[in-house]
Design a protein around this ligand. Structure first.
Ligand code: ADP
Length: 506
């Protein structure tokens, strides 16, 4: 099957979180199933630097760009996957985070940037930018590509569309006036289009107009249909529930393999687990904590935002650190949370190390060196850190929500007996619950060593590879294409074939 995979980030070219991990690895897994999956990304400065050899294959005149927009073609690193980059210097060639300015606020022209990205994708999807290839299906991810299904829904014929929600709380919401500024067709300003409470919602465009909607875990697919997690979109999601599927993310088990990980002090696998402790000592040393096997070393990695519950960790800290526990926290985000964490590290220099920033290598060293990974997310669409931690023999302590609930088996009497337990799961999102679960972990770590090792080993044996989830996507792709009778073909689209210099208005 021919699939155009559209995303605003994909590791290793550009990543701010799980979206980048997923979009960097799922296309490869789909390719292994025999699909011609091609990836399209904005040509951010950083991406151009890392992408290797690129050639210009088209130059498009698109509304919203003052100069022709180039489509560059290359190869996604380390794969056979074709890569398209949408190159508009005024929109994407700027340093730093793809969505945020240095002070943490959104780029003021995000609506213009991702509307332009969507228009370029539409041109690619309709065969107007790359000679000889038209996808059967366009797979969009998160609000940055939400306009694509909406724009394509106004075309006939067109490829099938699938829209994946990685996090419903990021919606691409803009004032109503932006809709007119973007020059979008009036038919899209409706309750079953882009209008949401008299605002322009990119995310809603994807949910309302895609042929199928997916999200990244079965539990989250149910949760987003409720008012607690639906952000006002629960009604629409319930309405679309016959075409809404939750598919648990997989993980890239080449990048995240403790046996071959170049970032960690000492590689290990199930048969050389004794070497894991070398990574604990190295992490303690690196983070300026007393070195030793006795304290339970908790790690936490993530964006410092309310969703991830770093404030709950802070509120449980005084009680937590009365025990023989050390913590290493890596994250960045909300400046107040960053400051509170740094203050706490000053108060507990022997027990708490905080690293503010984004550091891929340290994330790997925490996964390898910690005994447990603390994941108190208030909600978690899927979450990848718990999968990485289990692969590294690091026991997750997590809130029972979304993908965390779908991927971690709590240690109870039954799961202990049948060897299925992989972590400590708690039901409430509050400091007491964190404390309770961490104490349970500590007790097992200190005194129930057989159960502890069973947890470690069962986690390491768990299969979170992409193969199962990619097969589910593939099945869904086929179903969606069979249901969508509006496929475009090269013959039908003959007159619109582009040459490298052809101008197209989408
Ligand atoms: P989300 O996408 O909501 O941020 P996920 O758990 O799905 O959360 O994925 C987060 C990914 O980003 C993981 O690969 C994690 O290791 C990484 N990550 C998050 N914050 C940092 C950081 N400060 N430094 C390095 N990696 C980070």
């Amino acid at each position: 099957m021919d699939v155009l995979f559209c995303t605003s980030e994909a590791f290793p070219l550009i990543k701010t979180g799980g979206l980048g991990d997923v979009c960097g690895s799922l296309p490869g897994a789909l390719h292994e199933l025999g699909n011609d999956v091609r990836l399209v990304l904005p040509a951010y400065a950083e991406v151009i630097e890392r992408a290797g050899k690129l050639e210009t294959i088209a130059s498009l005149v698109l509304s919203g760009a003052s100069a022709p927009v180039k489509i560059l073609r290359g190869q996604f690193p380390g794969s056979e996957i074709a890569l398209y980059l949408v190159d508009s210097a005024e929109h994407f060639r700027r340093p730093g985070n793809p969505y945020l300015q240095e002070d943490g606020s959104d780029w003021p022209d995000n609506a213009q940037r991702f509307a332009l990205f969507a228009r370029a994708i539409v041109a690619l999807a309709l065969g107007q930018a790359d000679t000889g290839w038209i996808p059967q299906l366009v797979h969009c991810n998160d609000w940055q590509t939400g306009l694509v299904p909406a724009l394509l829904s106004e075309h006939e014929p067109r490829p099938a569309t699938l829209f994946s929600i990685h996090n419903l709380s990021y919606q691409g919401l803009f004032p109503a006036a932006t809709f007119s500024e973007l020059g979008l067709q009036q038919s899209l300003w409706s309750i079953d289009g882009l209008e949401f409470n008299n605002m322009l919602s990119f995310l809603k465009g994807g949910i309302a107009r895609a042929d199928w909607v997916t999200t990244v875990s079965p539990s989250y697919a149910k949760e987003i249909c409720t008012s607690e997690f639906g952000y006002g979109l629960e009604g629409l999601l319930q309405y679309r529930s016959a075409n809404l599927t939750g598919i648990l993310n997989g993980m890239d088990n080449k990048t995240w393999d403790p046996a071959t990980d170049p970032h960690i002090e000492r590689g290990y696998d199930l048969h050389s687990l004794q070497h894991k402790i070398v990574n604990k000592f190295a992490l303690q040393r690196e983070q300026g904590l007393p070195v030793g096997s006795q304290p339970l070393l908790l790690g936490h990695i993530g964006r410092l935002v309310e969703q991830k519950g770093a404030d709950l960790i802070l509120d449980s800290l005084d009680a937590l650190l009365r025990h023989p526990i050390q913590m290493v926290i890596l994250g960045s985000g909300d400046h107040k949370l960053e400051q509170r964490l740094m203050d706490a590290a000053d108060r507990y220099p022997e027990q708490l190390a905080v690293h503010i920033g984004y550091d891929e290598g340290l994330a790997h060293r925490i996964e390898a060196g910690a005994d447990c990974l603390l994941i108190p997310s208030r909600y978690e669409p899927c979450g990848l850190n718990q999968m990485y931690s289990m692969a590294y023999g690091t026991v997750p302590i997590a809130h029972r929500t979304g993908g965390l609930a779908d991927s971690i088996v709590d240690l109870d009497e039954q799961s202990r007996r049948n060897y299925t337990a992989t972590g400590f799961v708690f039901d409430e999102d509050n400091p007491d619950a964190i404390l309770g679960a961490s104490r349970r972990a500590l007790t097992h770590f200190q005194t129930r060593r057989i159960d502890w090792w069973k947890l470690v080993i069962t986690g390491m044996k768990s299969d979170f590879s992409w193969s199962k989830s990619a097969a589910e996507y593939f099945e869904l792709y086929q179903r969606v294409c069979n249901n969508t009778k509006t496929q475009v073909s090269m013959a039908e689209n003959g007159e619109q074939h582009a040459t490298p210099s052809q101008a197209v208005t989408a």
